[in-house]
Design a protein around this ligand. Sequence first.
Ligand code: TYD
Length: 206
Amino acid sequence: MTMPSGKLIVFEGLDGAGKSVQIERLASTLVKRGLDIHVTAEPSSGSLGQEIRRRLRQTSPCDEATLALLFAADRMDHVNAEITPALDSRKIVLCDRYVMSSLAYQSAMLPMEWVRSINQYAVPPDLTIMLEISVEEAIARRQNRAQPIELLEHQLRQEMVFVHYQSLLANHDGPLARIDSSGSFDQVEKNIQQAVFHHFPELQSE
Ligand code: TYD
């Protein structure tokens, strides 16, 4: 059996959209089919990603442009150290957030074109899965979790991010699956699987 070529599948959505649960579920479905999976996230687990997470826990981490550059630098490092090697060894990489997150979150305060340009060397995803949920529902879900609410997660910011995501989706080029994430986890999981097999029929025959 020849393994299919490497693929980068990115999950996007508001904080609380259910990305981590759905990534875990998709990973286990694909593993059961004998596929080689690499699950990862941004901010990454590398030193720059850890620095970003440390700063996000502070009340005033740094100015918005520095934060945008940190996200872009972490992404470049993540691509070079982890994503590209995994793709080269024909793995299916499932990544929680990627360039679209920077475009949606950082361009709330910065020009979109500048944010796009500092991310221009990031390899394009083979599929972006957008988990769509309302701001109200996303915030309600986050509040059920016993985690301190991070700086970027307050309501006004989420509303701005929601608006940015909508305009990015309307102008998106590249493979995209928009999934309504307001239903049950099981239903959302089924819809994601359908979208993945629709975009990559070769994975179904493994
Ligand atoms: P998140 O995916 O929520 O991590 P976790 O759920 O493990 O805490 O990411 C942390 C925050 O970083 C989130 O509010 C979104 C934000 N973020 C950006 O602003 N820009 C980016 O490029 C990325 C990757 C994340």
